[in-house]
Design a binder for this molecule. Sequence first.
Ligand code: SAH
Ligand code: SF4
Ligand code: F3S
Length: 512
Amino acid sequence: MYNEIDLDIIDINSEPPAEEPFRQYYFMARCREWVRDFEQKNGRRPTACVTTFGCQMNARDSEKLAGILEKAGYQLIDNEKADFVIFNTCTVRDNANQRVYGRLGELGGHKRRNPGMKIALCGCMMQEPEVIEKLRKSYSFVDLVFGTHNIYKFAELLYASHETEGMVVDIWKDTDKIVEDLPAERKYPFKSGINIMFGCNNFCSYCIVPYVRGRERNRKPEDILEEIRRLVADGVVEVMLLGQNVNSYGKNLDNPITFAQLLREVEKIDGLKRIRFMTSHPKDLSDELIEVMAQSEKICRHLHLPLQSGSTRILERMNRRYTKEQYLELAQRIRDRIPDIAITTDIIVGFPGETPEDLEETIDVVRRVKFDNAFTFIYSKRTGTPAAAMEDQVPKEQVRQGFDRLLKTVQDTARSQAAKYEGRVMEALIEEANDSAWEGNPGAGNVSGTACAGTDAAMGTQDTMGAPVSMVTGRLSNNTVVHMPGDASLVGRVVQVSLDRCHGFYYIGHRV
Ligand code: SAH
Ligand code: SF4
Ligand code: F3S
């Protein structure tokens, strides 16, 4: 798939090379030797399970972890009773951390029954020193811990954990490195996330991401385009360009380019049918981008544009660097130029100092922009961020009431937006067949939300439809989900669908 290196040509008796990615392929080859030994002793390959918490960026990182495990010879399974289990963690809100600790307790139970099992933890949560302290103290059964900056070293660390008794911990404070050409095992054959940048420089005052993901680093456009070309040759029809703030892409490259220019280049790739991207920061969204989207045949009619708050006073305290009026004006400009676009958003309720009047401002923006979907989050205090030190934290009861009021408004606008296309024929990319489509989020969406008022939240309502008989699930360009009769042979294809009935946030339709 990538510029992968054949493990058979690597001499594992030589010294490990210093240069990347060669060094990691060397350790994959050494891990493969370990796997072969395991197989001889146990009469089966060792199994491995990668569990992802958090956002699309983590999901993509997990595909890389899975790619390395697969290359080393592990059998990937979806069950945490595997011989090797790795949690790729998130720490954006405290409940993300709590979920990890809860699940880790369960893993400890599995390990008591299977002492040969190895448990690894990586991702954003591992960048917090308090977490490492707690793991050492209360979760000493964990075998391997690493962070976001050295994830490319996974093969080397996996090898080290085979060779070492006790917990291997390797956390870096920051990095300026990007290692290309490591293997990845995609969750979907027909669509893929692509990192275009790593880290974040924005320091919104509530947010821990810049601390755990480090400073913004951009991949070179030629590396991104080459990766997409290879993915397309391998059957991918839809790509999602990933970054914490894609609109600032390219500014600090040696040969600067804008995000809009990158999109123009991606558009030219033959065989690629759909382009998505996430996330856009309103402060950096250019007219050039709106124009490129308006003229594009491939860029999906969907823009995720986090609002966070509709109150200019709160936005200022959040360090978002736009006002309520600027956001409204931007949303209007986008809707005027691209009338069929869906605009979705993220909103935080209960930021320090937020009054009921501030929340009214947010609700006013929701009504005026008519968001097609919104992920609403209760503010979570993150140690080390400026907002954590603000004194006027909002009482829980006020937050709860405000949250419920906001959620209702968001659901109302999302429902009326979704219904707009009833009776129309539109293109859908078929993503899943049958039962699995009903199990929850089929792959889009944003961070794992505390609550969301959109298509993904509505997916569980199977009983409103009766038992689905050979149904498939597709996604419109505007990200709305549509279910229709069909079979697995349609998965990965773009088809024309008549949107017969809107059920709240999704459609039931049929192919035409
Ligand atoms: N880079 C993206 C978002 C990354 S985090 C952006 O800027 O849009 C995803 C979402 O989590 C944010 O948009 C925000 O709404 C929410 N979030 C981040 N920190 C939070 C916190 N401390 N409490 C509650 N929600 C938070
Ligand atoms: Fe966090 Fe703001 Fe960066 Fe998004 S832009 S990751 S909310 S600091
Ligand atoms: Fe979570 Fe890290 Fe993403 S904190 S939201 S997994 S960047």
